[in-house]
Write a protein that binds this ligand. Structure first.
Ligand SMILES: Nc1ncnc2c1ncn2[C@@H]1O[C@H](COP(=O)(O)OP(=O)(O)OP(=O)(O)O)[C@@H](O)[C@H]1O
Ligand SMILES: [Mg+2]
Length: 385
């Protein structure tokens, strides 16, 4: 398979950065006029031909690995992985995905955890950065160029990639006074046009076919549940977009709720899978702290152990951290702040004595760092002995 690597002015050495957009380079028109020495797109190739099916991990093993990091979202994780796999393996069933859920429930993290293991190019885009054509801000077409960057300029691979559009609710909702954000809707419309299988010019000879690119939209959608509850109360049907379920006990968000929220119908119609993340409870946050590979607490614990310090704390500590973090309504996001606060003074003490607490391969004599229960609210409540 020809690797259509573009010999352009684009520095591909920082393609990794394009995944978080900091290093993504907008391609100017002049960038498209570039020398190239390869054929055009083959057009008819499938994902399997392009990447080889073996590049994809087994669905269930991927699910298992992701769930070692992501807590309390077993069903959403299964839905997201299934939907992505379905789109990749059965191209004719490709569907765009919308993932919604409160802040800090793991939307962005889940998608990252999945995509980084799929060995397909992807880019995570912040919708708020994009504006209507001709206005100040970035044009949505740049998302596709960023995807191409993350595919190391290989057009064929980019054509089977994933674009994650984060914070989409900021573009689709209504302002609090009920007015529609017209420019936001325009951005959605431009994006829609581009995902309808357009061909995006890359250079004089080549273009990128967007028909197989999977789009994953993420958003917190505050206020959407109210709309759903209202519908359930009224038990109303009769919107122009039909749904299979009219069961009032069904707490799923339906497409009609999204339309009411402010999304254009054309947009909603192009979403094949809607995934609702679960709200995280105290037990989930405790489990994140204790078990998740992403646990900030476990990271501190590991770093300190390597410097000969063993943490000692009561079993209730995680629960206090979880409760304190949840009080802010930003889900697991706040865990980082709470845990960083707990360790702030401890870090100060350790960093003040670099020799005493230096990193070693084999620690024979451990110091003990006792975290007293009050440390969650007063970070002087510890002792290293
Ligand atoms: N379910 C979870 N399991 C483990 N860690 C989680 C979970 N949810 C969130 N986290 C932690 O919180 C951080 C923030 O999560 P993430 O960015 O995925 O939130 P989000 O749902 O995208 O929120 P927002 O709407 O504010 O963007 C993650 O980096 C991760 O460490
Ligand atoms: Mg997010």
């Amino acid at each position: 398979m020809a690797n259509a690597r573009i010999q352009s002015g684009v520095d591909v050495s920082d393609v990794k950065d394009s995944k978080n957009q900091k290093g993504a380079k907008p391609r100017t028109k002049s960038d498209k006029n570039i020398n190239q020495e390869y054929g055009g797109n083959s057009g008819g190739s499938s994902y399997e031909e392009t990447l080889g099916r073996k590049a994809m991990p087994n669905l269930q093993s991927l699910e298992r690995i992701v769930l070692q990091n992501i807590v309390g979202q077993d069903e959403p994780v299964r839905q997201i992985i299934t939907s992505i796999y379905k789109s990749i393996v059965f191209r004719s069933l490709k569907s765009n995905i919308l993932i919604m859920g409160n802040s800090g429930t793991g939307k962005t993290e889940t998608v990252k955890q999945i995509l980084k293991r799929l060995q397909i190019p992807y880019t995570i885009e912040d919708a708020t950065k994009y504006t209507q054509e001709g206005y100040y801000g970035s044009d949505v077409i740049e998302m596709f160029y960023n995807l191409l960057d993350s595919a190391h300029e290989d057009i064929e691979r980019a054509q089977y990639g994933v674009i994650v559009v984060d914070e989409i609710d900021k573009k689709a909702g209504r302002f609090s006074d009920g007015e529609r954000d017209v420019s936001g809707i325009e951005v959605l419309n431009s994006l829609l046009k581009l995902i309808e299988g357009s061909k995006i010019p890359i250079n004089q000879y080549e273009s990128m076919d967007t028909s197989n690119i999977i789009i994953i939209f993420l958003g917190a959608f505050s206020g959407l549940e109210k709309i759903r509850d209202e519908r359930l109360r009224k038990n109303s049907v009769g919107f122009s977009i039909s749904e299979n379920s009219t069961d009032t006990s069904d707490s799923r968000i339906l497409k009609q709720d999204l339309v009411k929220y402010g999304f254009p119908e054309e947009f909603v119609g192009r979403i094949g899978t809607i995934v609702q993340m679960n709200k995280l409870k105290v037990e989930d946050l405790v489990s994140i702290l204790r078990n998740s590979k992403l646990s900030i607490f476990r990271r501190y614990q590991k770093e300190l152990r390597e410097r000969g310090i063993c943490l000692s704390y009561s079993g209730k500590l995680f629960e206090s951290i979880a409760r304190k973090s949840l009080s802010l309504d930003t889900g697991a996001r706040e865990l980082t702040n709470t845990v960083n606060y707990i360790f702030e003074r401890i870090m100060y003490e350790i960093l003040s004595e670099p020799n005493k607490y230096r990193r070693r391969k084999h620690v024979t004599n451990y110091h003990k760092c006792i975290l007293y229960p009050g440390i969650v609210n007063d970070n002087t409540q510890y002792r290293i002995i």
